[in-house]
Structure formats: C-alpha cells, structure tokens
Design a protein around this ligand. Structure first.
Ligand code: ADP
Length: 490
C-alpha cells in the first residue's frame, strides 16, 4: 500500500475543462480500489464547494509570503471513498467562472498567483505541514498548474518522491520575469535548468526539471515531445530525461462505470456487443434531437471537442463541407465550444445544410454520452493528441474513431485496411497528413465500408472488445511509484 498525494487543477465531476479532469478522478479511484491510500488535492473553486454536500476544514496553513493562512477542506470525491483536500483561498478561487478564466472566455489575470499559491499549498501538504498528520510517499503532480510544487520541495529532507505527468505540453504556464519576482520564488530557481524559459517564468519547467520522474499519457506522445515539431523548445530537456530513463509514456485508462453502454442512463436504449442492434435506437434519438431526417442508412459522424486548432476542427469542417457538396450520404452531429471563429464556422455549416448537420455550441455531458452512443463514427483529426479520451469512449460504444496517426490516437486505433482488416484486428480509421484532403479520403473509405453491414459489424465488435480500463495502466503507475521510492531511499 502506497501513500499518494495526487495534485490536479481539475477533477471530474467537480470541475472539468478536458481530459485532465477525467484522469484526475479515474486514476485515483483505480489506485484506491487496489488498496492504495490516495488523497486528491484540488483548488477550492466556488463550484466545487457548491457541488459537495459534506465537507469540513481539517487544517489551516500559513504559507510563506502570504498574509492570510489557507484552509484545507476535506471531503470525498462524489460516489467514492477517495479523500479530497480542497485548498481554500477565497481571494484566489471563490469566483464566478471557470477554473482558468471567466465564463466570457480568456484567462484570469492572476493565474500565475493562483497556481503559485496552489503549488505552495501542495508542497506544504506533501511535507506534512499543518496538522494533517499524513506524509505521502509519492507526490504525483499533473500539468503546469502544479509544476512549482516539485521545485519547492526538491531540496528538502524526508520529502516524498515526485512524479510529474504531462497531459498537454502545449499549455506551459508562461509568465513574464516580473511575475517571478512578484511571486517571491527562490532566486536560485532563475536559470535555464530551473524555471527560466527564454527570460520567462515557466511553471511547466518546475515539473520537468525538479521532479524525480516525468510521465506523459501515451507512449507515442512520449516520443513525439522529444522532437522539434512537438517539443515547444523543451525537447532538449526531455531528450535528456528520456536518456536517463526518467520519461515514460503510460496510456490513460477510462472509467468503465461512467462510460458503459450497457448501463449509461443518458442513452435511449442500452446495448452491449451482444445486443448491438439496440445501438440503432440511439442513432434515431440523436437524429431526432438534432432535427435531422431519421434515416438508418446514413453515416452519422459524431464530434465532441474543445474547438481549438489542436483538434483539427478546420480540417473536419472543410472535409465535411466537401462531402456534403458532393451529396454523400452523411450527417454530422457536433458538440463543442472554444474559439469563436470555429463556433461561427460550425453555425454556418449548419445553416448551409440544415438537414445534414446538427450543432450544439456549449458543454453538455449528457449529450456527449448520447453522441458517443448514437453516432456511427467519431471524428478526431487532431494535429497532436497527448492521449485523447473520446476515441477510447468511442471504441467502447462501438462508434468507430476516425483519427490522425498521432500521440494516443496512434496507440489506440487500428486502421481498417490491409491485414488488420482481414484478420479482424481493425477498430477504426487512421490517416497521416493533417490536411482536409487526407481526412476526406478517409471519410470516403468509411462511407464505402459502411455499405457492407457484415464487415461494419465486425469492426464494431472488435472496437468494443478493446480494453482500456485503468487496470493495466494503473499497474504501470504503481510499478513506477515503487521504483521511485526505492531510488529516493538510496
Ligand atoms: P482534451 O483534454 O484535449 O480536451 P480529451 O479527449 O482528452 O481532450 O478529453 C476531452 C474530455 O472532455 C472528454 O471527456 C470529452 O467528452 C469532454 N468534452 C469535450 N468537450 C465537451 C463538450 N462540449 N461537452 C461535453 N463534454 C466535452
């Protein structure tokens, strides 16, 4: 049994902007089920306290450089016994809006201060300061918002082993030098092997340079971030860590209870690999929801995404528009929010093809489940994708993913072609070039195979047989925890 402090800036179902939240719930739950003592530490955002029914203050900690002490509020992750510690600093987290910015978009102006405070609180709890009487053996930090914590404890005696997981290297927490000064961080951190990144303060570099081990969320992304194309100037550092055996790619698992077509309450009709015919009722309901013609023979293409360039939204819009112009037998159902120009482009597509395209701009978990169940294929042509969860949910729901061959998408989808198709190993469609033409060709391949119900059914069944539970991946984390504890003790 290991004692693990798991630090994250978002945790499903309390606060979520993307896959980080799903993983920050499902991985601790999996570790807890396997007997480990895991405590999650998260900022006490207003919506988290509003969503929790029972909580109480268990510690008050005076952090270096702050006038008011912070509180640690204890609760449990909803519907589980996993302990949750919320860092309460109303000045930083009690506000109307999201985790990183106001509802109207953009970032909170004081994010550097907010997540520096969060990191200092993580460091204090990891060092057992503040009456909690619990010293973890492992501090597991996630993404830049927690990046200063490993740096703050790196030189302290009797500290836990530290691991830093990159969920997306594109978001680094970069701030001007003046922020570094304002945050009153140790001057010894200001160098290129510390927190400095070309005269900027990099929260991400805290995690990358000071943690004992770095992981990222798929083996292919672990290789990709060591290259110029995906490394954002951090590839040199990452290559060095990789050479030392200190960078590992571990593919994310999914919560099999939350994403289960047999029991999912959001569905019109539940189904399994044995009752695959019932998937059709969800397709009809989805068409009804989006006021599209109720047709069985049309290929329904689902898309759920943050609407940002990373996700290849422009490729999707261009390729689908071309296919609709050519009168292909397809429908697109789309749920997402993000950059205003992509939201507008989708609305325009809907206006041009009202009986072929359904669009909901916004965030809607219920509808996300219905799209996973009711679509025939799921579109995810990401330019880069550290792991990606929606393609894993799609596999489980027998909705064949159409993906670019990158990151976790490369690791989790087998293209329906050649020997893999012949030997029933294929689970979806993959393409290389990040162009609308390459996506269009791939969509045409899917449309062609969709006309062969027996082959299509085989693809669905193989997809549904894939096992992306946390069982295997959480085992990899446990082995890593064990080896780090041994290494630190030496
Ligand atoms: P990322 O973390 O880069 O956004 P992932 O595929 O790893 O991408 O995770 C995205 C998660 O967010 C999935 O659980 C997905 O269903 C969910 N999601 C994204 N956009 C929406 C939306 N508009 N409504 C509901 N869920 C969404």
């Amino acid at each position: 049994m290991r004692k693990v402090l798991f630090a994250s800036s978002e945790v499903h179902p309390l606060i979520k902007t993307g896959g980080l939240a799903d993983v920050s719930a499902s991985l601790p739950i999996a570790l807890h089920k396997q007997g480990h003592d895991v405590r999650i530490i998260l900022p006490a955002y207003r919506q988290c306290l509003e969503a929790l029914t029972e909580f109480h203050t268990v510690a008050t900690i005076k952090l270096d450089g702050y006038h008011s002490p912070i509180e640690i509020i204890q609760s449990t992750l909803p519907d589980t016994d996993v302990t949750l510690w919320l860092v309460n600093s109303p000045e930083h987290f009690d506000r109307n809006g999201g985790a990183y910015g106001p509802k109207s978009g953009g970032d909170w102006e004081d994010n550097a201060a907010r997540f520096a405070l969060f990191s200092r609180a993580i460091a204090a709890v990891a060092m057992n300061q503040g009456q909690l009487d619990w010293l973890p053996e492992i501090l597991h930090c996630n993404d830049w918002q927690t990046g200063l914590a490993p740096a703050l404890i790196a030189d302290l005696p009797n500290r836990p082993a530290t691991i830093f997981t990159i969920h997306n290297l594109a978001y680094q927490g970069l701030y001007p030098r003046s922020s570094f000064d304002a945050l009153d961080l140790p001057k010894s951190f200001w160098h290129s092997e510390g927190l400095e990144f070309y005269d900027m303060l990099s929260f991400m570099k805290g995690g990358l340079n000071y943690s004992d081990h770095i992981t990222t969320v798929s083996p292919t992304y672990a290789d990709e971030i060591c290259t110029y194309e995906f490394g954002y100037g951090l590839e040199g550092l990452l290559v060095e860590r990789a050479k030392q055996g200190e960078l590992t790619g571990i593919i994310n698992g999914i919560d099999l209870d939350e994403w289960n077509p047999e029991t999912d309450k959001a569905l019109t009709k539940n189904y399994s690999a044995h009752t695959i015919r019932n998937k059709l009722a969800n397709k009809t309901a989805l068409q009804q929801h989006f006021a599209l013609p109720l047709k069985e023979d049309v290929l329904v293409i689902g898309l759920i995404s943050r609407l940002v360039s990373q996700k290849g939204i422009d490729l999707s819009i261009d390729a689908i528009a071309t296919l609709l112009d050519a009168d292909e037998n397809i429908q697109l159902v789309c749920l997402g929010s993000g950059e205003a120009s992509f939201e507008q482009d989708l609305r325009v597509l809907r206006a041009r093809y009202p009986d072929k395209v359904g669009v909901t701009i916004g965030y809607d978990e219920h509808l996300a489940h219905q799209i996973e169940a009711g679509s025939d294929v799921f579109l995810m042509p990401s330019r880069f994708e550290p792991c990606g969860l929606n393609q894993l949910y799609s596999l489980r729901y027998g909705t064949l993913p159409i993906v670019r061959n990158t990151g976790g998408l490369a690791d989790s989808v087998v293209d329906a072609s050649g020997d893999d198709l012949k030997h029933n190993l294929a689970t979806g469609f993959k393409f290389e070039a990040a162009t609308a033409e390459a996506l269009e060709e791939t969509l045409l391949r899917a449309i062609a195979l969709f006309r062969h119900p027996r082959i299509w059914r085989r693809l669905i069944l193989t997809a549904m047989e894939q096992n992306y539970s946390w069982e295997k991946s959480s085992q990899s984390y446990q082995e890593l925890y064990d080896s780090l504890i041994v290494k630190l003790a030496r």
